[in-house]
Design a protein around this ligand. Sequence first.
Ligand code: ADP
Ligand code: ASP
Ligand code: MG
Length: 414
Amino acid sequence: MGLIVQKFGGTSVGDMERIKNAALRVIEEKNRGNDVVVVVSAMGKTTDGLVDLAYQASAKPSKREMDMLLTTGEQITISLLTMVLLESGYNAVSMTGWQAGIETEDIHGNARITNINSDRVQQNLRDNRIVVVAGFQGMAESREITTLGRGGSDTTAVALAAALNADRCDIYTDVNGVYTSDPRYVKNARKLSSVAYDEMLELANLGAGVLHPRAVEFAKNHGVPLVVRSSMEKQEGTMIEEEVSMETGLIVRGVAFEEEIIRMTVIGLENEITGLSSIFTTLAKNHINVDIIIQSKTETGSINLSFSIKRESLEDAVEVLQNNRGQLGFSSIEHESGLAKVSIVGSGMISNPGVAAQMFEALANNQIPIKMVSTSEIKVSAVVDEAKMLKAAEVLHTEFNLDKAQEPQKVSAK
Ligand code: ADP
Ligand code: ASP
Ligand code: MG
């Protein structure tokens, strides 16, 4: 007998019929003789609806009250799913994040899980109950209710799987697995049978919304076997694991993209030595994530610093920089919106020079100007105009043969 953690996303519990379908998946696993912990998201687009309401209440809703509001979404689903399980004759109990011992940092809107006190979940499992936990929520030491960031239910599931030493964590969603790119937008995207943790981590961080990045981080750090699969169709999903045996030899495994990228430029930084560190320390202290950074020296000797951030951080970034302007020592800030980031990811890149060059050439051949670039051992990202994002993704998907499964890819030596 094993222990399986199952997670059902918003679409998979979007209405009563789907909740009943999810319950059948839970019951199947229980009937196989396993203990089952279920993590659920809010129904359908409930969270979006609640965010909308918040902005009707206030132009800048209090982050604390936002968490208070958003955590209600998941609580609807846990109780309904548990009612269906009880009605079907199975012993089950619902739990909020705090009842399940999900402890987090004391930050609203995007808290990290710091610890899981799983005693109560384990006691219920020993009492032969199916435990249904609300995803996306936790509690800080101060006893404040927190949320884990949009898409964070995945992280609740994987973190619980790690804490409970589960045999597997199954992420049930509205696609059959992890694809070479978002199948909703890239028509020839192909399902992958397996992906390495590191590749999945990059893909998730670079915009492949199928998994929350911190969920992949937890899975990697704790060696949790993770499967992404459909809640509607009975098909094999995608295994996310340390070593990927299938389709080795592929240089690029996937294309990810993300819209609403902002390029901020801090103009006229006076101190070349400390300017960079003081700007980024200030932003980091205020939990503003900065991605691509470009520093350039002007003719007068001062420094201009460009960096990319997500749209949601814009107001906070401007406010923080303006408030610290005197101490940071710059003359002005500008920002450019309407940008997007398109990335290629694959562990085969490490040993294959020329991949970035091939990417830039493919984009250039398709009249897609590149505004900023960043690379790591297993990814290359380019910031482009938002209007060209999907075209860029299609171009790169074809360029690196991602629509054709087994053929080894050639990279032109530049
Ligand atoms: P859930 O509500 O189940 O958490 P999400 O909407 O968060 O579902 O994630 C599933 C969606 O992720 C898919 O519908 C798909 O459009 C999107 N997606 C983005 N990139 C990928 C990818 N590489 N593979 C599969 N799905 C992807
Ligand atoms: N309900 C939350 C969201 O929509 C968390 C999740 O679904 O994972 O972002
Ligand atoms: Mg999700």
